[in-house]
Write a protein that binds this ligand. Structure first.
Ligand code: CU
Length: 406
């Protein structure tokens, strides 16, 4: 028998068993259902509070009577989403009017190796199978029209909260899909910038899903493209889409990472591990080494890279060792002038940021979370391998290391 993992254990019908997030009573049971279990080792949690039913009803009523929107001026296009660190095909400057951009995401629950050296693995909760979920790119004034599908063999309910959108918990209130269901949500991109999106099924399931990989980024470009602080056009040759993920993997009594048979089986152990607020891993793009070695990001001297950094849960501080952030929108808003010439920049948990850099020297550049403990010990390191000619005018080894003469 399939066991659906949901804290709202209200056994009235299938949807209610699976749901929980919008039902006041079920949401109050979030803590109770998970925490009454004998495997709990940490202190009881506060039960998450749900919105009062009359307010939820009023919101549904307002949506039911709202006039239909006229979309006759829009053309429809499909955007084929691709796995990170890559970006979908897009225009930097829009060459035509606003569009309805159709995308599809499947909420796949996949067993992911976090670190093959230590056997660390997790039943990741994902959009389209990757951590982070795919990067979506539209222009200001476009609509995003998402078909969200939850495969029939999933264990859990999922939804999506787009920080770039307006209303209904970022769409979270309108996109709850249970195994074997799909839904379509359309929202207008009114704020230019880079924004995170994430799953938010309700209560303790929100951080559980987010720290199991269920997050990604949307970039809403100004229609006339990126600008420096003086209003001059900025362009890029490549996008490097980096999702930093904090994982909290449960350990067994020997200190080894625990393994589980199915998605969701780690729920009680995970809640205990998450409560420590101390991640076992902080990795780029799902696993240790996902963007190093053979998987390193590539560029050439003279090329400009837009580094998009997503962190849906926890603060971080990207730094490109040997380079800079020439233009940085660290809080993600393209309505604000970019900061310039930064050494490190701050990405608030629950946001995405963007940094533009033009490589001037060849070599290997480490792109790290400059909490260097997290970079070196928890996995938050990527590499850019840059080809081209060395410029001695910028740096030169005048004397190679040698013994000091007495
Ligand atoms: Cu989810």
């Amino acid at each position: 028998m399939t066991t659906y993992i949901n804290p709202g254990l209200v056994k009235t019908n299938r949807r209610n068993v699976l749901r929980g997030s919008l039902l006041a009573g079920a949401a109050a049971a979030v803590g109770g259902a998970a925490l009454a279990t004998p495997v709990r080792k940490s202190a009881p949690l506060a039960a998450p509070r749900a919105a009062a039913p009359q307010f939820i009803q009023a919101e549904a009523q307002a949506q039911a009577v709202a006039p239909k929107v006229d979309l006759s001026g829009y053309t429809r296009v499909k955007q084929d989403l691709v796995a990170p660190p890559f970006a979908p095909v897009h225009e930097q400057v829009a060459t035509s009017g606003p569009k309805i951009v159709e995308i599809t995401m499947d909420t796949k629950e996949v067993l992911l190796t976090v670190d093959e050296d230590t056997g660390a693995e997790i039943w990741a909760l994902t959009y389209n199978g990757s951590v982070p979920g795919p990067l979506v790119i539209v222009h200001e004034g476009d609509y995003v029209e998402l078909t969200l599908r939850n495969p029939v063999d999933s264990m859990m309910e999922h939804n999506i909260d787009f920080h770039a959108s307006t209303g209904a918990l970022g769409g979270g209130g309108l996109t709850h899909v249970f195994p074997g269901e799909e839904t379509v949500l359309r929202w207008k991109a009114t704020k230019p910038g880079v924004f995170t999106y994430h799953c938010a099924p309700g209560g303790a399931m929100i951080p559980y899903h987010v720290t199991h990989g269920m997050n990604g980024a949307v970039m809403v470009l100004p229609r006339d493209g990126l600008k420096d602080r003086d209003g001059n056009a900025l362009t890029y040759d490549h996008i490097a889409y980096i999702g930093e993920q904090d994982f909290y993997l449960p350990l067994d009594e020997n200190g080894d990472y625990k393994t589980y048979e199915t998605a969701g089986e780690d729920y009680a152990d995970s809640i205990d591990a998450m409560r420590t607020l101390t991640p076992t891993h902080s990795v780029f793009n799902g696993s240790v080494g996902a963007l190093t070695g053979e998987n390193a990001l590539k560029a050439k001297v003279g090329e400009t890279v837009l580094m998009i950094h997503n962190q849906a849960n926890r603060d971080t501080r990207p730094h490109l060792i040997g380079g800079h952030g020439n233009h940085v929108w660290e809080a993600g808003s393209f309505s604000d002038a970019p900061q310039t010439g930064l050494e490190s920049w701050f990405i608030r948990g629950g946001s995405a940021g963007a940094a533009l850099y033009t490589f001037e020297q060849p070599g290997v550049y480490a792109y790290v979370n400059h909490n260097l403990i997290e970079a070196a010990l928890l996995g938050a390191t990527a590499h850019f391998v840059v080809e081209g000619e060395w410029n001695n005018a910028l740096m030169e080894q005048v004397v190679a290391p040698k013994s000091i003469e007495a």
